[in-house]
Structures are given as structure tokens and as C-alpha cells.
Design a protein around this ligand. Sequence first.
Ligand code: ZN
Ligand code: ZN
Length: 346
Amino acid sequence: MRAIQLTGIDQMEMTERPDPKIEKDNQVLLRVASIGVCGSDVHYYETGKIGSQVVQYPFVVGHECSAFVEEIGSAVKHLKPGDRVTVDPASFCLECDQCKAGRFHTCRNLTFLGCPGQAEGCLTDFIVMPGRSCYKIPDAMTLDQGALLEPLSIGYYAVKLSEPKPGEKIAILGAGPIGLSVMVCARPLGAAKIYVTDIRAYRAELAAGHGADWAANPEKVDIVEEIRRMEPNGLDTVYECAGQQETIDQAMRMLKPGGKLMLIGIPRSDRISFPIDQARRREVRIQNVRRQNECVEDAMKLVAERQADVDFMITHHFMFEETQKAFDLVEHYEDAVVKAMIHIAG
Ligand SMILES: [Zn+2]
Ligand SMILES: [Zn+2]
């Protein structure tokens, strides 16, 4: 089969590899259909690492995909060859304390597609996954929407973890695919007022056109002052999706007493700080969000029932052979890119 592997900083190549095979009866063999390019894939491409996760070359990244079922192990009952599925990139053991507590996403033995040291990714013709990680998508859903369910379920999980109450006033700082996923899930989960900010004007505009009540570029507008003027009592929840010290500081100044700060963005530096006086006096609740846990079906339902529009996030399409072009585009935020989609089969 074909595989696109990273071979160095800003370098990749297409190679031939042996087709993977089902080795356990709970596994399925998948023909990959659409792949979304994630900021984390591009980060590995650009720098060779994320925190302590360092790429050993050559290495295949990619974890947001839809696929066709080619073959199923004898223990897989909910799928059949030909089914179209979305893939939860996580494989977990079901036996450790975390899995037993229902925290599959922090499984002690977790392997994640395209994560160095764990498993290679889905920028290939075929992958093998546990059947449990594959969810059949409805006939009316496109393969691109299927691939988008990966980031969308992260947005869904972030909102769910914040325990939203109907009528909440929220802000989302950073309008990349994850911030926009939070936005489109927050509305059906009860948000009444949604403020979105991004330093890239085109992303703030996109948010404003697809569900935000107000969106602005913090380099042009004093967003904290503006939001405080409109919401003098402060916000219920701020979803930090940029991973910047600056946005964390902004969030802290927007929240009401008892407000919630959800940390979703991945900071580039190893440490960040909080203005503890503000956080303490207002008893701000700070919650880290790690990917998602068991939210694929809920996110899928929102799309199937048209409660969440996601198509607008897909701004670019590429053939498999053009993968490097897609990565370069996303790396440099060119041509107003949000989500670049790579097409392998379908
Ligand atoms: Zn991703
Ligand atoms: Zn486990």
C-alpha cells in the first residue's frame, strides 16, 4: 500500500509498505477515505515533536479519518465489509484503572494514531483498528464529515466537560478547527451568547458567519474591554483554544465569579502562568481538556440532525499525492485555510 511518511523537518515522501493485516479477532481492516489535516500533524511536520513526543523518522502521521470497512475480525459484530465509518484514533486496553473508571482517553496503555512512540497514522491506504474505535456513519453523511467528527467530538467533549447550563454566555478564544468545533456544539448544548476571537481576521469572520453572536480580532479590538462592556457580570465559561499565555490572561479577565476556564489549546511552551489573585478571588474553575472521551456518537448525532453545521470548516481539498501541499498550506495559514481535507478513496 501507499503511505506518506515524514522524513525530516518539513519533509515527507510517498512510499510503498506492506498491507496491514488483522491480528486479533476484535480488529477491523479499513480502507482510508478522507483525512483531515490537524494542527498537531503539521506541528510534527514543522518541528518534529510536540512536547515530549518526538518523531523517529520515517514516521506516518494523521489521525482524523473516515474509512470503508474492508474486513472484520470474528468478534466484531456491529460492522460489516463495505460500511462507511468514522475512526476514533484512540485504542485503549479496557483493563487499567482509567479504563475501568470510564476514562478511556487517559488509558495507561493508550495508543493514538499518528502519535510518535504509540502508533503510525492514517496517511496510508489501509489501517487496522479495534472495532470498538469504528463508528458507522449514516448514509446521508459525507466521508469528509466523517473525518471531521474527530475534531468535532473534541469540541463536543469540551462543552460537555464544562457542564453547560442553558442560557450560558461564553467566549471561545481561537477559531481554528477546534475552536469552531466548540462553537457549533455549544449552541445546541445551550449557549445563549457566543463570543469568538482570533488573531486571524478570516477566522473571526468565519465564526461570525456560522454561529457566533460576536467575533473580533484581538489585534484590532480590545476584546476584554468590549466583552466586559457587553457582559458587565462576566462570562460563564471561556474555552481557550489558542494555547497562548495571552489568551489565558484574557480569559481570566472575562470570567464571572465561579466561571469556568476550559483549557483546550496546546501551548508551545512547557509552562504557562495564571494571575492567581483574579483566579482565587473569583474562584475560577480551571479545567484541562484532553482530546475526547466517548463523544463520537453524540457529535455524529448533532451533524446528522443538522443541529451542528460543520461543512464550512472544510476550506481546501487535496488528492493523496498532494499531501505535502496541504501540510505547507496549513503550516503557513495560507489562502484562509481552516481544515484541509485529503482524499485517498471514495
Ligand atoms: Zn486532530
Ligand atoms: Zn486502559
